[in-house]
Design a binder for this molecule. Structure first.
Ligand code: FAD
Length: 499
């Protein structure tokens, strides 16, 4: 576990930094932005329920809302002191920040429909005015519209045939025959297959490492599916990282919970799930036991291995939780830079010693957001963080930062889901199967936007027996207009004809 000590370890300049490292699962002061739902356990409601949902992330809260609408008495058990899981709206130095999942888009129909249902405003990132892109000789500074022209050509080649392999992208095994040809490919295999010149390959590896954890580890088929879900265009693929709920991702959860009014118990990590012929007993680490004829496990796949199941999990579930499905070492940082202070984006290539693979300031007067998938990057060390920034932007000056380390968080044990080669055909369908009276849900096992907020909501609907969206229904949900604040400024892809 990382210490979270201000300033990091033992370097002389540490006092310059008011560094904060947030263990993603650690208790934090509740802020207005976090808006943690009230613990609504009512002792009079007893210990017997129609359904117990374990995990109050997007999937668990969606399933809870759906089941409550069907008249079920639902107990929602959450390990942390907040709802949201791998989404986490927080405040830091006066800024509302998202420590986990952030961006949502109209191409993601399930979350888009929720934003409309609850009339939640979204805001568009203004986007960078400068792009620092890798070149063979270091970093080059470009106008974003210029920087993305070559990248667009390369991405389009990289994703060749994706829409053919995933013709119905919310149904990933529709063309099982074609998927089978690519399922064993890693992102690195695809890069190798393209035999790119080095100056071209480094324009892709920031993304393949960020999404896959490493290019070797990540499966080609998942990013191909995301490309197909994005309409098979560079603009759609990058465009899904433009809009965010203006009141935080937690506003979606709070709206759902206000409607559903379940019995919600925070600070209640589940230790065991024991089934017998008629019911399931769920016991928390504190020793509280609850029963129901049905249980929905809406925790991350990687967390299943920390919970005792009786009877034991099926082989596919055991394999998935042991091997892991999430990006293994993702850290998300928020950095206050006194220089530069303008809006920029920087992408660093994989394998050349850059701890930060992607960073940028996308709105004026906001801190810089940065991502790292480097397992050796010590984010408790403020000097190491500043050096990592300076490797990309020489002369950058850091005042402060905060980091969320999702891989050491015991209630996620990894970041966003990202499948490994061969997991789609071998595991995907099996992981959605119930285990007796226990069902499973989450972005990690979703059909569509697997690894995204949208996938979590989709899978919460599926597990609760509610219809999910695809095809014309998805298109109709996406066509709904959402209130956008402030005005959209699409400088990022200026000239590329983006929505
Ligand atoms: C750094 C980062 C950036 C991301 N960026 C984006 C983005 O921009 N857009 C996007 O769409 N997606 C993004 N994602 C992915 C997205 O956040 C997740 O896919 C989604 O939120 C997962 O939802 P879930 O409900 O499936 O799982 P979770 O959110 O993980 O919810 C599971 C819940 O189970 C609880 N739990 C775990 N163990 C136990 C236990 N033993 N007992 C009781 N409860 C337990 C957890 O505390 C948690 O609340 C990002 C994720 C990360 C980490």
């Amino acid at each position: 576990m990382e210490s979270g000590q201000p300033g990091g370890r033992g370097l002389p300049r540490r006092s310059l930094f008011k560094a904060g490292v947030a263990l993603a699962g650690a208790a934090v002061a509740t802020t207005s932005a976090t808006a943690v739902a009230e613990d609504t356990q009512d002792p009079d409601l007893g210990r017997d329920f129609d359904v117990i949902v374990v995990g109050a992330g997007m999937a668990g809260v969606t399933a809870t809302r759906e089941l409550r609408a069907k008249g079920k008495r639902v107990l929602l058990l959450e390990a942390r002191n907040r709802v949201g899981g791998r989404t986490w709206t927080d405040t830091w130095n006066g800024h509302m920040i998202e420590r986990g999942g952030t961006w949502v888009d109209r191409l993601q129909p399930h979350v888009w429909r929720e934003l409309n249902r609850y009339e939640l405003p979204i805001m568009a990132d203004a986007g960078p005015t400068r792009a620092f892109m890798p070149t063979i000789g270091g970093f080059g500074e470009y106008d974003p519209s210029v920087a993305y022209v070559r990248q667009k050509e390369l991405f389009t080649r990289f994703f060749d045939r994706s829409t053919e392999i995933f013709p119905e992208p919310f149904n990933p095994l529709k063309r099982r025959d074609l998927v089978a040809q690519f399922d064993g490919f890693s992102l690195r295999d695809r890069l190798n297959q393209m035999a790119l010149r080095p100056e071209d390959e480094i324009l892709l590896t920031s993304w393949t490492s960020l999404y896959g954890g490493t290019s070797e580890r990540g499966a080609l088929t998942l990013i191909q599916q995301w490309w197909a879900l994005s309409g098979g265009t560079f603009e759609g693929f990058h465009g899904v990282n433009t809009y965010r709920p203006a009141k935080g991702t937690v506003s979606i959860l709070n709206a759902m919970l206000a409607e559903a009014k379940p019995v919600l118990k925070l600070n209640s990590p589940v230790k065991s799930v024991v089934q017998n012929a008629n019911k399931v007993t769920v016991t928390t680490r504190a020793g509280e036991a609850f029963t129901a004829p049905e249980v929905i496990m809406a925790t991350p796949v990687n967390v299943w291995r920390t919970i005792s199941f009786s009877p034991a999990l099926p082989a596919a579930h055991q394999e998935a939780t042991t091997t892991g499905v999430g990006v293994p070492h993702e850290k998300k940082l928020w950095i206050d830079l006194s220089n530069p202070t303008d809006r920029f984006v920087a992408e660093a290539p994989e394998g050349l010693g850059y701890p930060i693979c992607f960073m940028g300031r996308f709105n004026d007067n906001q801190p810089v957001v940065a991502f790292s998938v480097d397992s050796t990057f010590d984010t408790t060390d403020g000097n190491a963080v500043e050096r990592a920034v300076q490797k990309v932007i020489p002369g950058a000056k850091m005042r402060d930062y905060t980091a969320a380390n999702w891989h050491v968080d015991p209630f996620s044990l990894g970041a966003g889901a990202y499948r490994q080669p061969n997991q789609l055909i071998r595991l995907h369908a099996k992981l959605q199967q119930p285990h007796g009276r226990v069902k499973f849900a989450g972005a990690d096992i979703a059909n569509g936007w697997n690894g995204y907020i949208d996938g979590a909501i989709e899978d919460g609907l599926r597990v609760a027996g509610s219809p999910t969206l695809s095809g014309p229904a998805a298109a109709a949900a996406s066509a709904e207009e959402r209130i956008v604040v402030p005005a959209v400024n699409r400088e990022l892809y200026r000239g590329l004809g983006i929505r």
